[in-house]
Design a protein around this ligand. Structure first.
Ligand code: BG6
Ligand code: MG
Length: 215
């Protein structure tokens, strides 16, 4: 466990923590899976949380009888991403709640350094569409890493970008893979949403503003 004074920075996962893009990922993957005749549902979709685009596709193709080459898989992932980006274009500032905005503002007011730590290569587009970039001192995302969660690379980069050691940062995550990444990188961890059930985080948040009780 940690005390308030131990924490100098907070690193946030994006999808499922700052905003909810899970349903949009689901819709785009569902369209792709249907087009190649592979069964896909919301339960399988929940396994994709925090997982990179290519690793997500591999999970979906577990149910495919056809074996796809690397080139074919890249084409399928690009097709999904095109559909997903079309859905992201519909996002607006109202997709980041007032609760999230006021909590981020309060954390900044306490002098904490804030960063995004997301596996998504679409992070810049999402932050732009939701007008949320301005709350963060740095952004570490799928564009600056080679290994996806549960590898801690994205969070280690985030800590580096805000000039802090992992041991003084709290990682906030909704995916078990993200909590595992935080723990293996030497960070304190806070679970929200579905990550609460894994029981591995230092603290569980019932709601985003609960963060203010801990840091
Ligand atoms: C994570 C999501 O944030 O980003 C995953 O939880 C997703 O579901 C991953 O696969 C990669 O996203 P993108 O936008 O680069 O395809
Ligand atoms: Mg997430």
């Amino acid at each position: 466990m940690f005390n308030k004074d131990d924490i100098k920075g907070v690193i946030f996962d994006l999808d499922g923590v700052i905003c909810s893009t899970d349903e949009l990922h689901y819709l785009a993957w569902k369209e792709l899976a249907d087009s190649i005749g592979v069964y896909f549902d919301r339960q399988i979709n929940s396994r994709l949380r925090g997982v990179s685009r290519m690793a997500s596709l591999d999970i979906i193709l577990e149910r495919s009888e056809k074996k796809y080459s690397q080139e074919e898989k890249e084409a399928l992932a690009a097709e999904k991403n095109e559909a997903y980006r079309k859905l992201l274009e519909r996002m607006s500032p109202s997709d980041v709640s007032d609760e999230v905005r006021s909590t981020l503002t309060a954390l900044r007011g306490k002098g904490l350094r804030l960063s995004i730590g997301s596996s998504s290569k679409n992070t810049p587009l999402i932050l732009e569409r939701t007008d949320a970039r301005r709350y963060f001192d740095a952004v570490s995302d799928g564009n600056n890493i080679t290994r996806s969660k549960p590898d801690p690379e994205v969070f280690l980069k985030a800590a580096e970008f805000i000039g802090l050691a992992p041991s003084v940062c709290l990682v906030v995550e909704d995916a078990e893979a993200g909590i595992d990444a935080g723990i293996s990188g030497g960070f304190f961890t806070a679970a929200i949403g579905s990550a609460v059930h894994c029981g591995k985080a230092n603290v569980n948040l019932n709601r985003f503003s609960d963060l203010l009780k801990y840091v």
